[in-house]
Structures are given as C-alpha cells and as structure tokens.
Design a protein around this ligand. Structure first.
Ligand SMILES: Cc1cc2nc3c(=O)[nH]c(=O)nc-3n(C[C@H](O)[C@H](O)[C@H](O)COP(=O)(O)OP(=O)(O)OC[C@H]3O[C@@H](n4cnc5c(N)ncnc54)[C@H](O)[C@@H]3O)c2cc1C
Length: 446
C-alpha cells in the first residue's frame, strides 16, 4: 500500500480498496472489525474514546466492585497486526451523505461505506433540565463519578450533625426498575449490609435508605412475571424500598419529588430509567424514528446503499418486535457480524443475507447468590444457579483474557471476604464538571 496521505483532514493512507468507516467501537463496531475481510476493504474506526466499554458491568465499577480497566479494552489492541484497519480517536459530530464524509473535531474523513454503530445515550424523557443533577450510568467516567460521589458523601456524613443533611447524604434513590436499576440497587444493598458499616462504624446504617422507583407496577418489565417477582423478593431481602407505580418528578440535588407528593432527601439520584439512540446530525429526518435510525433487513439505512446502522442506534422492526429490536448487546453483536459477512459477500459477488435475531435469553443479577434468567424457550429460573449462569455469560462475553482473569479474581475475592476493595476516591466527583458534561451531552456536543 502506498503511504500517500491525501485526506481532507484525517490522515489515513490512500488505497484502491473501498473504505469502510465505522462510527463506534462498541459491541457492534468491534464485531464488524473482527469479521470484515480486509483483503476487500480498508477499515477506519472512529470512537470518541480510545477504548471499548463492557457496559453490562458498569454498575460494578460504580459500586466499587471492579476497576474500570477490567471492563474496558483499548481499541488499538484489536487492530494490531492488521495494516488495513485504522483507529482514530474522534467524536463524529456530523454525517454528510451528499459529500460522503463524516465531520469530527480533528477534520473530515471520506467513506465509500459508512457504518453507524454509535449506540445510545441516557434518556431523561424530555426532562433534561429537571434531572441535570442525576447520576447517569452509560460510560466509565460516569461510573467513576458515581463511585466517588457516594464515597465522598459518606466521608461528609461522618462530620455531619444536622439530621436532615445526614439523611440526605446517606439516602440513595435509583430511578428505573429495569435490569440496570435492579442491579445497582442489589449491589448497594450488599455494600450497606457487608462493607460500609465496617468502614464507617460511627454511622448508623439504619438511617441509610435505598429506594428503587419504577413507574410501572412491576420490576424487570422486559422479562417474565416470574423474574420480576423473584427480583422483587431479592431486593426486599436487601431491605431496598420499592416504589412501584411511582414517577420521579424532579430533583434539585438535595430532594427528590415524586408524583405521589412524597419528598425524599437525597444527594444521590441514580438515573437508570432508560436510553435512546445517540443520533448524529446529518441524516434526513425521514430515516429517524423514536431516536433510532430506520434500517432494512440488511441494516441499510432507508434510502441509502452506502450507509448502514447497527446495534442500539438501528431501528429494525420485525413481526415479533414491532417497536424495534431490543437495545441489547447480543443484538449489536449479531448485527455487526451479519453486516461484516454481508459486505464480504458483496465483494465475492454473492447475495447479502437478511439479518435474523437469535434471542439468547435475558438475565439480571441482584447481589450475591441471586439472579434471574429467562431462557429463550420460556423457562425461567432464579437463585444461585441463575447467579452462576449470569457470571459465566458475563465472563464469556467480556473482552480480553486479562479482563476475564481480573474480573473472576475480584469476584472470588469479594465473595469469600465480603469485601469491595475498590472503595477509592481516586478522581473526586466534581459537580461543576458533571453539569458541564450533562449540558454537552443533551446538546449533542459530547
Ligand atoms: C449500564 C448498562 C447495563 C447494560 N447491561 C446489559 C446486559 O446486561 N445485557 C445486554 O445484553 N445489554 C446490556 N446493556 C446494553 C448494551 O450495553 C448495549 O445494547 C450495547 O452496548 C449496544 O452496542 P452498540 O455497539 O450499539 O453501542 P455501544 O456498545 O454503546 O458502543 C457505541 C460506541 O460508539 C461510540 N460513540 C458514540 N457516539 C460517538 C460519536 N459521535 N463519535 C464517535 N464515537 C461515538 C461510543 O464511545 C461507544 O464506544 C447495558 C447497557 C448499560 C448502559
């Protein structure tokens, strides 16, 4: 390949092969990188971070169970020894279909094929301003914010005499009774039972209340009734206060207001209520539906032959999923693999195959020894076996052998010692910085 750099701005060597630009090195992007045949294509991956994040374990970073490095992997590692794959750390701010380029703060880049795999972002359901003080859980820096913020509150609490202020420092409210909310509540319940009283003997942990607020009448709405009932029981074992059929109206950083008129003093509101597609400006409005990009069975963006969307950002409806496929890792992984194989087939003169989602089941964990699993055949189970299955699947899908070893090690240590060794305030929570990030995120800049 000639090292002739002639790009509009982003510097990528020239080649005669068609260039595939992938926005996002998440589950979908990574699996395209692995399966695409670089005998046919030059591949450029753009991501705002230089690492892949294993989001299903973010809550363990937020609750001092795991180091951030153990759930992430450097994206450059995946392109080692492949001269036809390039990575650039850059946030794509605009797609320009008419010029076949993407815009980033470090310049523009031309594509022959564009794959949008930029995932989702926190959904405040139109109340972005009312929940600017809430703590979202979508990225590693946010998980670290949560960890530091909770620990900083305990450090403040030991010096606080005012009883209302003390309650607001200790209380934690989690919004959203889906898998993330349930997992965070379970992990915090465990911390309160086994870890925090040892660290802070001067505090009375009967004063620390954990609330899980859910607008629907049940937990884990995307899973079976049985799973929802079991998760409810497990959380009650941890003395988590469940508030079903309840909506959080607003939060000012000190008090949460609920739609039933109740006010809970808390300086920690965890937002686990949902996500929406992370739309990048530039595509026509007609291809955007419910904040996702409409695609056909081949993940082609409607009306385009050269732009594809995969994973959380793609809106693919089927008879079984009339509202669109779920925003889950297996969907992103399977779509990434299928699309890469289809692009390879196109170069081999073969027909592309339509994407078909294989449901591998759903699971959520609620603290030690407790999890719920819904199998694809309708069988549902909970308890210790489900917890083992949850750990096995997460280790299996976790990126990198080193990460698997580190996580397994941590889990074994935590299990036998009832300890959470990572109760560290390494990067203190900074409210002003957090508010700036919130502003940037909701305005689409970040
Ligand atoms: C807390 C949490 C827990 C979850 N737990 C589970 C679970 O247990 N099981 C499950 O199946 N799913 C779970 N999910 C959902 C799962 O993580 C997503 O469905 C999956 O990550 C989607 O993959 P993706 O490739 O579409 O997007 P992502 O994995 O989110 O990757 C998107 C990538 O795009 C990059 N990016 C975004 N915007 C830009 C831009 N403008 N320019 C450049 N790069 C950009 C991001 O940095 C990121 O690397 C969870 C999600 C969260 C947040």
């Amino acid at each position: 390949m000639t090292q002739d750099f002639q790009e509009i701005n982003i510097q990528i060597p020239r080649t005669d092969k068609p260039r595939v630009v992938i926005i996002g090195g998440g589950f979908a992007g990574l699996n395209i990188m692995k399966a695409i045949d670089t005998r046919y294509y030059q591949v450029v991956v753009l991501d705002r971070h230089n690492y892949h994040t294993f989001q299903p374990l973010l809550y363990q970073v937020a609750t001092a169970g795991l180091e951030p490095g153990s759930i992430a992997g450097p994206l450059r590692h995946f392109i080692e020894n492949n001269e036809e794959v390039f990575f650039r750390m850059a946030k794509v701010t605009r797609i320009n279909p008419e010029r076949r380029t993407v815009t980033t703060p470090v310049g523009e880049l031309k594509y022959d094929y564009l794959i949008i795999a930029c995932g989702s972002r926190t959904n405040y359901f139109g109340k972005d301003e009312a929940f600017k003080e809430a703590l979202p859980l979508k990225q590693i820096p946010q998980a670290l914010n949560m960890r530091s913020h909770i620990l900083q509150n305990f450090e403040k609490a030991v010096n606080t005499v005012d009883s209302y202020e003390l309650r607001s420092l200790l209380n934690i409210v989690i919004v959203g009774g889906g898998p993330t909310g349930v997992e965070v509540a379970g992990a915090l319940g465990e911390l309160r039972s086994h870890v925090l009283p040892k660290d802070y003997p001067e505090l009375n942990f009967r004063q620390m209340q954990i609330y899980l607020v859910e607008g629907l009448p049940r937990l884990l709405n995307g899973m079976s009734d049985k799973a929802g009932r079991k998760a409810t029981k497990y959380l009650k074992d941890f003395e988590v206060n469940l508030m079903l059929n309840t909506i959080v109206e607003s939060y000012d950083g000190k008090e949460v207001r609920l739609n039933n008129g109740e006010i809970i003093p808390t300086q920690t509101l965890v937002w686990a209520a949902g996500v929406k597609g992370n739309i990048i400006p530039g595509l026509p409005d007609e291809v955007i539906e419910r904040d996702r990009i409409l695609v056909d069975d081949f993940n082609r963006v409607r009306g385009s032959d050269s732009i594809f969307a995969v994973g959380d950002i793609a809106q693919l409806t089927t008879e079984k999923y009339p509202k669109g496929l779920p925003m889950l890792a297996p969907v992103a992984i399977q779509q990434g693999e299928r699309l890469a194989k289809n692009l390879n087939r196109a170069m081999e003169g073969k027909e592309m195959k339509p994407f078909k989602y294989t449901n591998k089941g759903y699971m959520a964990t609620v603290g030690r020894n407790r999890a719920v699993v819904d199998m694809p055949n309708g069988w549902s189970f909970g308890g210790f076996m489900a917890w083992m299955a949850w750990m096995f699947i997460h280790l299996l899908y976790l990126i990198g052998f080193r990460n698997k070893l580190v996580v397994l090690n941590n889990w074994i240590w935590n299990y036998f010692t009832y300890d959470r060794g990572i109760r560290l305030i390494i990067r203190p929570f900074n409210r002003e910085e957090k508010l700036k990030q919130h502003e940037a995120e909701i305005s689409g800049v970040k």
